[in-house]
Design a binder for this molecule. Structure first.
Ligand code: HBI
Ligand code: FE
Length: 289
């Protein structure tokens, strides 16, 4: 496994796998966060929560408020009491990216791995790997939603079969285009709920207001065949009617035959409108007056 943090001397928590248990969990060690780290969290929180008010799904805003985490790097212990009460999920601290099968095993048991370290000052706007701000601010509010809570457990349980059938990229695209970069149509216009969006200032505004980017209505099989970009704003997004739709459609899907059918075919490049397909065209987000 790569050691993502070895070049960053001012944050020794970063990417340190030496203390990790067999399931890659570590102690959060909240007392180890410095005043600078808490201050950095507050600034990131202030910026992203302000954008979220305008552009994020109501379920995200509701979850964020219940987590009460504006004051500094949050304690997992407190979030776990909120989560336990709401959806029986728990957070576990990890040093960073963990192997696929370990990640799936945690999700299947309603444990969400949250990276313990926070990004550095020069990375406020962009980083490739998940840190605690992405993992906590982006993902944890949605774990308080009962539909997302059940969907993620289902996703975790689907992992083993996808790996065994050599179809992991197909399953991973479902996560990418919903949990990381999902949009939802609401009466007040298009809103974001994906963690990759709501933890990014630029993409929060872009994803729900840009009139030109390709948006398609949520379609699990189309998603499983659509590649994604990890180095720029997404060239296409998929739009849900509700979070209930996400759970309902995925519960109903028999993944095996879909993997068999598409696994060895060339996936669709990101941003492609296929022949016969119509882009989603609903009401975009309202910009502040
Ligand atoms: N590990 N910490 C962490 N966070 C992730 O989002 C993550 C991971 N390991 C594997 C993984 N994601 C994905 O490759 C799977 O969803 C397929
Ligand atoms: Fe993420």
């Amino acid at each position: 496994m790569k050691k993502p943090g070895s070049a960053h001397s001012d944050n020794e928590l970063r990417g340190d796998y030496t203390q990790a248990a067999h399931d890659y969990t570590v102690a959060q060690d909240w007392d180890a966060y410095t005043p600078e780290m808490h201050e950095r969290w507050r600034r990131l929180y202030a910026r992203q929560s302000m954008l979220a008010e305008q552009y994020a799904a109501p379920e995200f805003l509701d979850g964020l408020q219940r987590l009460d985490c504006s004051y500094g790097v949050p304690r997992f212990e407190y979030a776990n009491s909120v989560l336990d009460h709401a959806t029986k999920w728990q957070l576990v601290a990890v040093p960073g990216f963990i192997p696929d099968e370990v990640f799936f095993e945690h999700l299947a048991n309603r444990r969400f791995p949250v990276t313990r370290w926070i990004r550095e000052e020069r990375e406020l706007d962009y980083l490739v790997e998940p840190d605690i701000f992405h993992d906590f601010f982006g993902h944890v509010p949605m774990l308080l939603d009962p539909h997302v809570a059940d969907f993620l457990e289902l996703y975790g349980k689907a992992g083993e079969r996808a790996i065994a059938m050599n179809a992991l990229p197909m399953l991973a695209r479902i996560y990418w285009y919903t949990i990381e970069f999902g949009l939802i149509a609401t009466p007040k216009g298009l809103k974001a709920f994906g963690a990759g969006i709501v933890s990014s200032a630029g993409e929060t505004v872009f994803s729900v207001t840009d009139p030109n980017v390709l948006r398609l209505k949520f379609d699990p099989v189309r998603i499983m065949n659509t590649e994604y970009r990890i180095d720029d704003f997404q060239p296409n997004y998929f739009v849900l009617d509700s979070l209930g739709q996400l759970l309902r459609e995925l519960v109903a899907l028999d993944f095996g035959p879909i993997y068999e059918t598409w696994r060895d075919k060339t996936p669709i490049p990101p941003g492609t409108l296929l022949e016969g397909e119509r882009p989603w065209h609903g009401k975009l987000a309202e910009k502040p007056s």
